[in-house]
Design a protein around this ligand. Sequence first.
Ligand code: ADP
Length: 209
Amino acid sequence: MALNKRQETILEIVKEHGPITGENIAEMINLTRATLRPDLAILTMSGYLDAKPRLGYFYKERPTPLPMLEFLEKYRAKDFQSMPIVIHEEISAYDAVCSMFLEDVGTLFVTNKANLLSGVISRKDLLRASIGNNDLHSIPVSVIMTRMPNITVCEKDDSLLDIAQKLITKQIDSLPIVKKQEAGYEVIGRITKTNMTKAFLQIVKPEED
Ligand code: ADP
């Protein structure tokens, strides 16, 4: 919400002198209490100020929630990311299952000898590989993973809006956050549907970090 000049002046006064009565604010800007009443009502109702009987007006430290679109455009992958769990493409599908349990994640990112992203392996990929008596010890993850160049990635400064769109259109649970190198992508983070859910919570409860 855009404030008018007088409302901004009131806000500045309350920031500096609060708690302060309406009477005292009016005195400081040479207006009557009655003239200020609508401005004070607007500032209080829109959450900028708090009013306490007998004490007067306080500046409210709690940030006002941003509208959803503004929030999703302003916040970036780096603001809500998690640690990426990365495995090497030569390890077995069995060991990948163990890593998923140990690290408590649903997706592992796979790298090659140069430590650059070569694939992604999800729970369903591993379940598929385990159907039909396959020996998971003898199958390398590289055989069952989704591989480059079919991996959807994002960068640390991509907006949450871009990320939400990628997750939904590609029907996937997570994206690796990558840094472009000459020969491919270095994996530097991970953003998942859980991170996105945390971001949504923060839109409605900005005070709970
Ligand atoms: P799950 O399969 O456990 O439900 P996903 O929905 O994330 O998990 O994965 C669905 C399929 O998409 C899997 O085959 C997985 O390898 C692939 N996949 C997962 N993440 C990505 C990604 N970032 N880019 C491309 N493919 C992915």
